[in-house]
Design a protein. Structure first.
Length: 404
């Protein structure tokens, strides 16, 4: 199980054991918080043994990401061999997501710590695997954005969402909800057409104060090259300030990240209150929250990216934000239980988190999230995923376990 110490023994494949231990630690603590010594202690070897296999920590990270991508490719291959390719692929990826919970964290969050060329190679392979999934579930082979392709990518994001949240469901129940939610997205037929090409975005007015410029610019740079890989001097240069001047506005880099995250959280909390006070019932409130959150995620990708990829960088400073995030999701879950009679609280918790993570992923992917017209289609798909009762249960072999 990930996150537990590996039994001390001399394995036949020492390299694989090292990679698996490194993957679990990187996913749990983050690349910058893990040392080679930590990995050596986890597998019960001396650091010198690790260096015989890997020249450095970045090589270990590359191997861990490659291992996750290999397992994802295996799952897609297994699904393609099923007589019902769409159902087989959805089921195989759901199993993969639960058996390899750290995989998506590694390629979505931690891979950004690799050197640029190494990261680009992994990103290209991930894009190819995503396209393989899209084709397997009936989406278009072309890379241009369409309603069908959006549905396929969102379904994949739902399936991979367990990497970013946890629950108390049994594996079969977990898989059943995963498959049902992803299948509901795939079955949806958005009525809003999604343009196949994105025209240039018009210039927009921005804040004039230096503090606001620093905040906006810093979040853009964090998204491009990670929080840990960005220095205050670099942010100052991007804003056109001297290195010393930036400290008149923010004392540390963590202050910038905290400021932006607290602002985003405040907006979500206020709009939650508005949705509850203005809605006629729980269903209307949930629909309004889907609209608000989807629009917010598409328009504020820097916040979403930091929330997904950088919150852990703040350590104990992040605890109030994490608790606020839990409370926010808890309100969605409460509304979902009242609306969906087929879901208990545990399943509703999973569905809500899966849908929110799927919206986040679409928003973070520039090729999709910036396409004009995407907002209405995304809201429609997210609403279907969250509100439509599932008609897709577990496959035959899982039925008995799922109903226990």
């Amino acid at each position: 199980m990930e996150g537990t110490a590996v039994r001390r023994r001399r394995p036949a494949n020492r390299r694989e054991l090292i990679v698996e231990a490194a993957a679990a630690l990187f996913a749990d603590r983050g690349f910058d918080s893990v040392s080679v010594g930590d990995i050596a202690e986890q597998v019960g070897f001396g650091p010198s043994a690790l260096y015989r296999h890997f020249a450095g920590k970045d090589k270990l990270l590359g191997a861990a990401v490659d291992h996750a991508l290999d397992r994802f490719a295996d799952a897609l291959g297994s699904g393609a061999a099923d007589p019902d390719v769409r159902r087989g692929t959805v089921d195989a990826v759901a199993r993969f997501a639960l058996d390899h919970r750290s995989a998506a964290v590694l390629w979505e969050r931690e891979a950004r710590n690799l050197p640029p060329d190494a990261f680009a190679a992994r990103a290209e392979r991930l894009a190819e695997l995503r396209n393989t999934f899209v084709r397997a579930v009936g989406g278009p082979a072309a890379a241009t954005v369409s309603a069908e392709r959006l549905a396929a990518r969102m379904a994949l994001a739902v399936l991979l969402s367990p990497a970013f949240h946890h629950g108390t469901l049994t594996p079969a129940r977990f898989r059943s909800v995963l498959v049902g939610t992803a299948s509901a997205v795939l079955d949806a037929r958005p009525t809003v057409p999604v343009p196949s090409a994105a025209p240039p975005l018009p210039a927009r007015l921005t804040r004039g104060t230096k503090r606001e410029q620093i905040l906006h610019t810093a979040f853009r740079i964090f998204a491009e090259q990670t929080y840990s890989g960005t220095g205050m001097t670099e942010i100052a240069a991007a804003v056109g300030m001297s290195p010393s001047s930036i400290y008149h506005h923010f004392g540390t880099k963590s202050e910038i990240l905290l400021e932006g995250l607290h602002r985003g959280n405040g907006y979500l909390q206020i709009t939650l209150d508005d949705a509850l006070s203005e809605a006629a019932d729980e269903t209307a409130a949930l629909r309004r929250l889907i609209e608000v959150y989807s629009t917010f995620a598409l328009r504020h990708t820097g916040f979403v990216d930091a929330l997904v990829a950088e919150l852990h960088s703040l350590g104990e400073q992040a605890e109030p934000l994490i608790q606020a995030q839990r409370d926010y999701v808890g309100e969605w879950v409460r509304l979902c239980v009242a609306t969906r009679r087929d879901l208990d609280e545990a399943r509703a918790q999973f569905v809500v988190q899966a849908v929110l993570m799927a919206v986040n992923e679409i928003a973070r992917e520039r090729a999709i999230g910036r396409v004009p017209g995407i907002e209405a289609a995304l809201i429609e798909l997210a609403t279907t995923a969250l509100l439509a009762p599932s008609a897709h249960g577990p496959r035959n072999g899982d039925q008995a376990e799922a109903v226990r």
